[in-house]
Structure formats: C-alpha cells, structure tokens
Design a protein. Structure first.
Length: 544
C-alpha cells in the first residue's frame, strides 16, 4: 500500500516523507482494527482493489443501475405496444340461427295455419382492418351465408348470398395531423428516449460516486498513516524525555506534556480508523452485490496509482459545448418537451370539428333453388345454382354498391377541447422553461467544475511546499532540542504542524482527483473517458 501511495505521489510531483521505522501501513492498521472488531474473518487478507475493478463491480451489481435498465426495458416495451395499434386486425366470424318470429301483417308470408314463417341460416365472414399513418382506416371484408325458409313470398330456399367489400375512411380536419394512436407512439418514443438518457445518467452518477468514494478511502488510509506516524513521533519524544528525567536533566513534571500529547494523538488515530472504516463501507455499499456478500467482512486495499493533468483554460469552451450536447439531464428534459409538444398538438387538433371522407364499394352474389313453398313458378337463370355460383357471380359484378360520403361532427361550444388545448399549451411552456433551466444549470456546473479543477491543481503545489517546509522546521527543532536549545512544547508543535501539512497535501490531492471526476461528469464525457459503453450494459435490461 505504501509503495502504491508513493508512486501516486511521485506521478503528481508530490513527495511524502517516509514514515518512521515503527510505523505500520494504513491498510494493515485498518485490517487489524477490523479483525479486532469482528468484521474480518481470521486469515482474510485485504483485497487489493483498483479503481477500474471497483467501477466494474459497481456497474455489474449496483441496484440503481438495475432499476434504470428495467425502466428502459419497460419504456421500449411500451413503444412496441403503442406501435402495435398499426398491426392489421384479422376478424373471423361464424353463426347459425333459427327463428320463427310473428309478424303483425297479412303479408307475413307464413304457410297456412302458421303465425310466422321459419327461417334457418348459417354463415360466416372474414374482415381485415388496418389503421393508416394518415389517421384513416382501411377495411376489407367478405361473407357468405346459406338460408332456408318456408315463407311463401321468398324466392329461393335454400338461398346462398355472398358479399365482398372495401371501405376507406379518412379524417379531413380533426385527427388529420395527429390522432390518439400517433400520440401514443410519440409519447412512448419520448418515454424511451428519456429512459435511455436516465440509464446513461445512472451510469455516469454511479461511476462518479465510485470514484469519489474510492479516492475518499485512499485519503482516509493516507490520513490514518499520518495519524499513526504522529503517535510514533509522540512516543519517541516521550521516550527521550523519560531518558532525560532518569539522567536528572529535566524534572518529573516535564513528562506531562509529551504524555498528554501522546494520548491526544492516540484519540485522533482511533477517530481516523473510524473514518477509514466508514469510507470503506461507503465504497462497499456501491460495489457489493447484496448483504450476504463475503466481501463485507473483508478489508479493501485501494492500490490505484493513476493520475491525469489538470484541464487548461483553453479547453473550457469545448467542454461547455460537449456538456450541452452530451449531458443526460438535457436529453431527459428534451424528451419531456417532445412529449409535451405532441400532447399540445393533439389537444389543438381536438378543437377542430370532425370531418371524415368515406368511400366504400361492395359486390353481392345471390343464388339458390326455387322455394317449393313459394308462389313464383319460374326463376331467372342467374339466380339458380349453389354456393359456388353465388361466389362466381361476385366476379361479374352484376350486383354492387358504391358509396361516397362526408360525415361532419360539430361539438358545441366545444369547451372541453378548448380547455384541454389551453392547458396543454401551458404545460408545454413549462417544459420549455425546464429545458432552459437545465441547460443553464449544466453550464454553471461545468464552470464550477473547471474552477475547482484549476484550484485543486494549484493547491497541490502549495500543499507540497508547505509540507516540505514543515519537515525542515521539525528537523531543525529536533536538532535544537538535542542540544538543549528547545523544549517539548516546540518540538510537539512542529510535529503537529507537519501532520497538518501532510493532511493538507492529502486533501489537496484527493480534491484534485475528485475534481477531475466532477469535470468529466459535468461535461458528459465521464463514461467515454473511462471507456464505458452504455449500450453494452443497458442491453442486459432489454433488447434495443
């Protein structure tokens, strides 16, 4: 762990003073504390963990990503369902009926002594209906039936009748530009786009959270080393003071100050161990699969040593452009605006009266056998035959019907549609304002991240210089103490100054690393910079 930390420090131009010979590494201290508290099983060595591995574990196991992927799969399924309204509908029907219904008429056609004739019929049909992208509908139908009767006025029994027809219905005002079906498709498409952007946002937020937590753990471990080194220095100072007391060069009371300082630093060390444990648990919360994962009881040892240069001011304008193009939050707001505009267009369309053009054409066929109970002696040859003759007659077109119509509907005074249109307009304005707000927020976040990154880079150099100066001051003070020209108070003060300088340097380096993460997140390039493709991971939650 110490070697990795030194490598990271050298990569950024930072020199961390080596610990004393009695110093214990931070990972060993933490693992030792975990074993004493019962968190770690005996024999479990710390798990060496790189940042890439921690990120992959989080992407594979994080619950928020699973929720986002399922939401995207649901949105895709909803879009498929909305488009299903344009699937052709095939309808088959068949029936049999037998009836003898009385007629209050002297021309009922009933046989003598009967109140009504008896009719028995069986038939079937098929129809194919299709919605059109223009808002209209097209239907094609065919049917055939066989009927027998003992009515005196009926020419044929059994009689075979057939029919084929086509009808086109097209809106000319309301539902021409849009309709409920096209609205459903647009709303579902906007929902899919929004869910896709939310998945990307969930990935970016997860990666950013892992990196912040990882570098927080690294900082906690480095801080633990600093606190442990401070305890060792206090112990050494106390030992030297005890030696001088035994030699009679200092009074007994001189031991009080180094002893009190030692106990104070031990308290800070214990607090640092707790901070380290909490930072480790925060990282585990992001990367572990469940509450029964065996890694919960195993210490983590961050071994990352990568570093990157500070983003210069020259890249800020490009970063702003990329952020406005790539940030998922903007894509979500744009998807909401797209949905609101579709709803507004549908509501405005509802204000129009309905005017539908209807065009239909039908052909009919009729054949059969002369009704033995009927009064007609001779039948036209075209009416004689079986079911196949009735079907054949459809091709000749002897019997047909053509219809062209306009159907107008005028709702008065149409307050519902006008009210819905006004409400949809205001909701659309809200969505436009929200998109502007999100874009402004993104721009501000990029500027803040750029300022933080630049400041963090400058703080590293300042903190390094302060730590080097503190090391020199402590060495000089120890030399003066060795010659009797200084006191415990001054030596302990210089030790505390060095500890604070080292902690400040750790803080500056951690802030720099997290500022890099925030800059990449703010510009929307975090996933690209880390080589993560959302399509590869989101496909686990449903087909694209």
């Amino acid at each position: 762990m110490k070697l990795v930390i030194m490598m990271a420090a050298l990569a950024t131009g930072i020199v961390i003073a080596p610990a004393s010979r009695a110093q214990t590494s931070a990972s060993a201290l933490t693992h030792e504390a975990a074993a004493r508290s019962g968190r770690a099983r005996p024999g479990d060595a710390p798990l060496g963990l790189t940042l890439d591995r921690a990120t992959m574990m989080a992407l594979e196991r994080n619950e928020s990503l699973a929720i986002a992927r399922e939401a995207l799969a649901s949105a895709r399924a909803g879009l498929t369902a909305a488009r299903g309204a344009y699937d052709p509908v095939l309808e088959l029907n068949g029936e049999w009926r037998k009836a003898s219904q009385p007629a209050n008429s002297s021309f009922s056609g009933a046989p003598p002594g009967r109140l009504a004739p008896e009719v028995e019929a069986a038939g079937g049909g098929v129809a194919l209906r299709q919605l059109l992208p223009t808002g209209g509908s097209l239907s094609v139908s065919a049917s055939g039936a066989r009927a027998t009767t003992d009515a005196l006025a009926v020419l044929l029994s059994p009689a075979y009748d057939t029919q084929v027809g086509v009808e086109l219905r097209q809106p000319l005002l309301r539902d021409l530009a849009t309709d409920s079906y096209r609205l459903s498709v647009k709303v579902a498409g906007a929902g899919r786009d929004g869910a896709r952007a939310l998945v990307k946002n969930a990935f970016a937020e997860t990666v950013a959270a892992v990196e912040r937590s990882y570098w927080g753990l690294v900082a906690a471990r480095l801080g633990l080393e600093v606190r442990d080194e401070a305890v060792r220095l206090a112990e050494t100072q106390l030992d030297e003071t005890e030696t001088r007391r035994e030699m009679g060069t200092v009074p007994q009371t001189e031991l009080a100050q180094p002893r009190a300082e030692l106990e104070r630093r031990r308290g800070e060390l214990l607090a640092a161990r707790e901070v380290s444990d909490r930072a480790e648990n925060a990282l585990k919360l992001l990367i572990l699969a469940g509450d029964d994962d065996p890694l919960w009881t195993r210490a983590l040892d961050p071994v990352e040593d990568t570093a990157a240069p500070v983003v210069g001011p020259g890249e800020l304008s490009r970063a702003l452009e990329r952020a406005l193009d790539e940030r998922p939050e903007i894509k979500v707001a744009e998807a909401v605006l797209s949905r609101r505009r579709a709803e507004e267009a549908f509501a405005r369309d509802g204000v129009w009266p309905s005017l539908d053009a209807v065009v239909s054409y039908d052909r009919f066929g009729l054949t059969g056998t002369r009704n033995p109970a009927g009064t007609v002696a001779n039948l036209p040859a075209s009416l004689q035959g079986g079911f196949q003759d009735a079907v054949s007659s459809l091709g000749r077109g002897d019997l047909d019907a053509t219809r062209v119509a306009l159907v107008l509907g005028l709702p008065l005074p149409n307050r519902t549609a006008r009210g819905l249109a006004a409400a949809a307009h205001h909701v659309g304005r809200e969505a436009e304002a929200e998109l502007i707000r999100v874009r402004k927020t993104v721009r501000a976040e990029v500027l803040d991240a750029a300022a933080a990154l630049e400041t963090a880079g400058q703080r590293i150099a300042a903190a390094r210089s302060a730590r080097e100066a503190a090391e020199i001051q402590l060495a000089a003070e120890r030399d003066r103490y060795a010659t009797g020209l200084s006191t415990n108070f001054l030596v302990l003060t210089r030790q505390n100054d060095l500890s604070r300088a080292r902690l400040d340097e750790i803080s500056a380096l951690t802030d720099y690393r997290t500022a890099r993460t925030e800059m990449a997140r703010a510009t929307g390039t975090l996933l690209e910079d880390r080589g993560i493709t959302v399509a590869e991971w989101s496909s686990q939650g449903g087909s694209r």
